[in-house]
Ligand binder design. Structure first.
Ligand code: C5P
Length: 218
């Protein structure tokens, strides 16, 4: 099969990860979780102890990390300097700091380049994030922007993390605000993206709909 790049963007809890992984499995494609890359660098920055508001130091630490991430949609590993950090990158410390690290322009430039190389090497790949359709893969074969009501997003995330809904809702709102208002590559809907509101849709329905869209486009 030929090249095919699917870009999936949207806020936290919109169903991006589940949908993207399932779609990649059914397309027999690779899968890239760009949020995990920002989270991994954030873990390294926290470990280094540098001040999160010091963009220059954050960028320096980020630039020195040996970050590796797999692209198997059935389960991929993330390592930083050889340390497996799949669990750590989902923890509250990283979640609390990731938007600040992701707002540093030099960090984004570095990761966007890395992501573009991985996409070029993959051939068929589903890529999820915040700026994939707008910045990382503007010529993707299909761009999807997933949304869902704030309540639905908080419920999904708190179920995944076994966390309190109200705490999760507050965290999502805080991250959405930071991610949407940062100066460089904010969370953005590409003009040619297909917008899907997943509030009332099951995962299967969303995946099926994306499958149809890809088939229609040949
Ligand atoms: O998708 P996930 O919630 O794991 O992303 C974690 C954080 O990484 C987001 O809140 C955002 O700050 C950042 N991110 C980003 N650009 C991407 C993917 C994630 O800025 N393409």
């Amino acid at each position: 099969a030929g090249r095919c790049v699917v870009a999936v963007d949207g806020p936290s809890g919109s169903g991006k990860s589940t949908v993207s992984r399932r779609l990649a499995v059914s397309l027999d494609a690779r899968y890239l979780d760009t949020g995990a890359m920002y989270r991994a660098l954030t873990w390294a920055v926290l470990r280094s102890g540098v001040d999160l508001t010091d963009a220059e130091s954050v960028a320096k630490v980020a630039g020195e990390v040996d970050l590796r991430i797999g692209t198997d949609p059935r389960g991929y590993g993330v390592t930083a300097d050889g340390v497996t950090i799949d669990k750590e990158i989902r923890g509250p410390e990283v979640t609390g700091a990731v938007s600040a690290v992701a707002a540093v322009p030099a960090v984004r430039a570095m990761l966007v380049t890395r992501q573009q190389e991985m996409i070029a090497n993959a051939g068929r790949i589903v890529v999820e994030g915040r700026d994939i359709g707008s910045v990382v893969a503007p010529d993707a074969d299909l761009k999807v922007f997933l949304t869902a009501s704030e309540v639905a997003r908080a419920q999904r995330r708190s179920a995944e993390d076994a966390a309190d809904v109200a705490v999760t809702a507050a965290d999502l709102a805080r991250r959405d605000k930071l991610d949407s208002t940062r100066k460089v590559n904010p969370l953005q809907q590409a003009p040619d993206a297909v917008v899907l509101d997943t509030t009332e849709l099951g995962i299967d329905e969303v995946v099926a709909r994306l499958h149809d869209l890809l088939t229609e486009r040949g």
